[in-house]
Write a protein that binds this ligand. Structure first.
Ligand code: SF4
Ligand code: SF4
Ligand code: SF4
Length: 583
């Protein structure tokens, strides 16, 4: 332990703790911009500076580890010199910043804006001079980059390179000309960016944002000739409440459904139905492969960022990918085939919208081989954040809404479906049904497979199922996927079934979820908090296995015949192609 003073008050802190963490632990928040715990510790932005006895200049609190040489020193966290330096840093950042806050996608949730407010820095021009004028990169389907609002904090680079193991963005040029971009300033769409949106989730400003597709939804809702239907993914209900003041991890399923209905959709469905359908098909596919000598390990295919990653970086694993479409696409396919026929609608008149925690879903809806009715399975995919915008624009008082249920059929889901939103959830749901299939109609077959739960990046487990021993692995975050796939390739691990989620912690931490500022993100495990909401919904559901769902039984009886049938292959399965985009 080292004895130090913070603002003249004595504390004892563990050697090696940074000044920032020592202050935080003792009730003092030091503002940050570039710092992301364990990911981006570069001490570059200089917002977190403090004064320290004996130091010749201000020190960056986020990268200064307290050592025994600091015994007895006093740290000043809000002295005049500290506050003046922080203000000057902000003024310098604003001197090369497009301060168009009114029209900015991040206004109200922007860490730069919030710091300026906190430190009393307004948008007067403190430093006159040349400003960079960068072209905005609109090339991708899922996001755009406006470097005129970038502060070069490099949080996006660390998310792409260290968390996702991809690295298609970096700092080009030097000094005043520095620009975060792709190699040779290529368009993002020409690179092997997997559309995960993790860079957007960590960006403190409006420099990175998802493409806003809400106008397309408003236009469809206003068209009297269209039947506009919506589905919402499991993880959306675990994050949406945060935008309306609920504590992180509060499930808001009923209010979410009520809000969608009040926006004017003709039918409100639940992607949980598609998740149950995915389990029916995926567990059947796994058993077929395992018992008939098919390609193993089988790897899940419901995360479009992961599928894109596999096609670009590990094409040799394409035969291992399950041929199942994702829950979003399965729900979409059933809406425009089975439901359209049942209701007497022409699929061409249906506009199918999804609300997803994910930016890669915007890319997925345009993939080939995803048009079971002859029309795209999905027409528009919006993120949780875009749904928040729509709810606010429509003047819906979210907290005052009653809890409502989605429309049936296609609106009900089991507990197995809702846990799809957390890492390990797809595997656990698949095991619940696979065990039942292999051991017969035993109502006491297990429900909880706790070994695959939790936020660790790579988890493994082994289960005895009937005569089979099933070895499974669960990974989230693409850097972890890379590690595991290399272990499989090198024969260092023997597994039969792998779940991969592109985003760390799974969809609850998807790139389209409600933005969590670094000040919270650095000190709260948002993956674990949001996952709790889903597991609480699972345990509260009377149906916890996909094959028990009455809606699923109805669709198989009246339309799909049986898991793995010719019909399901026409409607619910797809194919993959190696990609040659720049890495
Ligand atoms: S990035 Fe932040 S400070 Fe800049 S224009 Fe947008 S809201 Fe305003
Ligand atoms: S969307 Fe994902 S892969 Fe693409 S640049 Fe951002 S972090 Fe990297
Ligand atoms: S795009 Fe955002 S995260 Fe990346 S360097 Fe610029 S401000 Fe930071």
């Amino acid at each position: 332990m080292v004895n130090i003073k913070i603002n003249g008050i004595e504390y004892s802190v563990e050697e090696g703790t940074t000044i920032l963490e020592a202050c935080r632990a003792n009730g003092i928040r030091i503002p940050t911009l570039c710092w992301l715990k364990d990911t981006n510790t570069i001490g570059a932005c200089r917002i977190c500076v403090v004064e320290m006895t004996g130091a010749r200049s201000l020190v960056a609190a986020c990268v200064y580890p307290i050592s025994k040489f600091d015994e007895g020193k006093n740290i000043l966290t809000h002295s005049p010199a500290v506050l003046e330096s922080r203000k000057m840093t902000l003024q310098l950042l604003l001197s090369d910043h497009n301060m168009d806050c009114l029209a900015c996608a991040r206004s109200g949730h922007c860490e730069l804006q919030e710091l300026c407010r906190e430190l009393g820095v307004d948008n007067s021009t403190y430093f006159e001079g040349v400003k960079n004028e960068f072209d905005i990169d609109y090339s991708s389907k899922h996001m755009y980059r406006d470097n005129n609002k970038c502060i070069n904090c490099r949080r996006c680079i660390s998310a792409c390179e260290k968390v996702q193991g991809i690295g298609v963005i970096g700092a080009n040029e030097r000094g005043f000309n520095t620009e975060i971009n792709c190699a040779f300033n290529m368009d993002l769409a020409d690179t092997a960016c997997v559309s995960c949106g993790q860079c957007i989730a960590v960006c403190p400003t409006g420099a990175l944002s998802e493409k806003d597709d809400t106008d397309k939804v408003w236009d469809a809702l206003a068209d009297p000739d269209k039947i506009v239907v919506v589905q919402a993914a499991p993880a959306v209900r675990a994050s949406l409440g945060e935008a309306f003041g609920y504590p992180m991890g509060t499930p808001v399923e009923g209010k979410m459904i009520a809000a969608l209905r009040r926006l004017g959709f003709n039918a409100v469905f639940d992607t949980n139905f598609g998740a149950d359908l995915t389990i029916m098909e995926e567990s059947n596919e796994f058993i077929e492969r395992a018992t008939k000598g098919g390609v193993l390990p089988m790897i899940t295919s419901c995360s479009p960022g992961w599928v894109r990653y596999c096609e670009a970086y590990f094409p040799e694993f394409i035969p291992n990918l399950s041929s199942c479409k994702s829950p979003q696409q399965m729900s979409g396919a059933i809406i425009k085939t089975y439901w359209a026929k049942k209701m007497g609608y022409d699929p061409k008149d249906i506009v199918s919208v999804s609300v997803m925690p994910c930016t890669a879903k915007k890319f997925e809806i345009g993939r080939p081989d995803q048009s079971a009715s002859g029309y795209p399975d999905l027409d528009i995919s919006i993120t949780t954040r875009e749904l928040v915008k729509m709810i606010n624009r429509a003047g819906i008082r979210f907290r005052d809404l009653p809890d409502e249920k989605a429309d049936s059929p296609l609106g009900n889901g089991t507990g197995a479906a809702v846990i799809f939103g957390a890492t390990g959830g797809v595997m656990e749901a698949a095991l619940r049904t696979a065990v039942w299939k292999l051991t017969g109609e035993d109502p006491s077959s297990p429900v909880d497979f706790t070994e695959v739960r939790g936020v660790e990046g790579i988890k493994t487990a082994e289960y005895k199922v009937g005569d089979m021993t099933v070895k499974v692995a669960v990974v989230s975050g693409l850097a972890n996927a890379k590690k595991l796939l290399n272990m499989v390739k090198n024969g260092e691990i023997d597994v039969h079934f792998i779940e991969v989620m592109a985003c760390p912690g799974g969809c609850v931490n998807g790139g389209g979820q409600v933005i969590v500022p670094a000040d919270v993100r650095n000190f709260t495990d948002i993956r674990a908090e949001r996952a709790k909401a889903l597991y609480s919904l699972d345990s509260a559901n009377t149906l916890r296995k996909s094959h028990e769902s009455p809606d699923i039984k109805e669709v198989y009886e009246n339309f799909l015949e049986a898991p793995g049938s010719h019909k399901t292959h026409e409607v619910l399965h797809t194919s993959y192609t190696p990609s040659n985009l720049s890495k």
